[in-house]
Design a binder for this molecule. Structure first.
Ligand code: GAR
Length: 209
């Protein structure tokens, strides 16, 4: 069950939806003063859409158009339109594997956040857990950040560290990172929903209670 709240989230994802599930569960438990207004996916069979419908959250598959790594123009307009119709206060990227640029970011200025599976600015881009493993770092983690025009380069809102173990496989490390994501993302969204995050240039700060 969702709690009714005035701070409305629009969640975009392409994958299995573990972050959506964690956010929805945290809302239901009263830990995040927000509601999920809509879930959109560029992948018809994505688990995130199943997670949404299991929880009676409005959701839709919106075809991404003709490009592989971004939305084409008509698709981008459609995503913007659906999010505006749902009156979202914050766009939450939860494993959305397409780059969002100009038009979209202008429509939701400073209101798009993402979770990335590394300690940024290390290992931006795809399969960040594999990049960390291949590089040989001993600590990695996850980062919640605002989305800007670059790749995983916006102001950092929160980070959580995760150890890299000697025997790790890419899958084992990714699973450990995803465990950390499940608490980091809801906590960051709760702070944003409460208006506790201020942004100055590329630095953010939490209001001290
Ligand atoms: C998450 O691990 C997230 O950090 C990653 O996709 C996964 C989605 O999982 N995002 C990126 O790599 C973005 N560059 P989920 O569908 O289970 O939430």
């Amino acid at each position: 069950m969702q709690h009714s709240s005035t701070f409305r989230l629009g969640v975009l994802g392409s994958g299995k939806g573990s972050n959506l599930a964690a956010i929805a569960d945290a809302i239901a438990a009263g830990g995040v003063p927000a509601q999920i207004a809509v879930v959109l996916s560029d992948v018809q069979e994505a688990g995130i859409l199943r997670q949404a419908s299991d929880r009676s959250i409005p959701s839709a598959y919106l075809p991404p158009g003709s490009f592989r790594t971004k939305l084409d123009e008509p698709a981008e307009s459609l995503y913007i339109q659906r999010l505006l119709e749902a009156k979202v206060d914050l766009v939450v990227l939860a494993g959305f594997m397409r780059i969002l640029k100009g038009e979209f970011l202008n429509a939701f200025r400073n209101r798009v956040v993402n979770i990335h599976p590394s300690l940024l600015p290390s290992f931006p881009g795809l399969e960040a857990w594999k990049q960390a493993l291949d590089y040989g770092v001993k600590v990695t983690g996850c980062t919640v950040h605002f989305v800007d025009q670059g790749i995983d380069s916006g102001a950092i809102i929160g980070q959580e560290t995760v150890p890299v173990l000697d025997q790790d496989t890419p899958q084992a490390l990714h699973e450990r990172i995803q465990l950390a994501e499940r608490s980091l993302y809801p906590a960051a969204i709760a702070s944003l929903a409460r208006g506790d995050v201020s942004v100055l240039g590329r630095k953010t700060a939490r209001r001290v209670p």
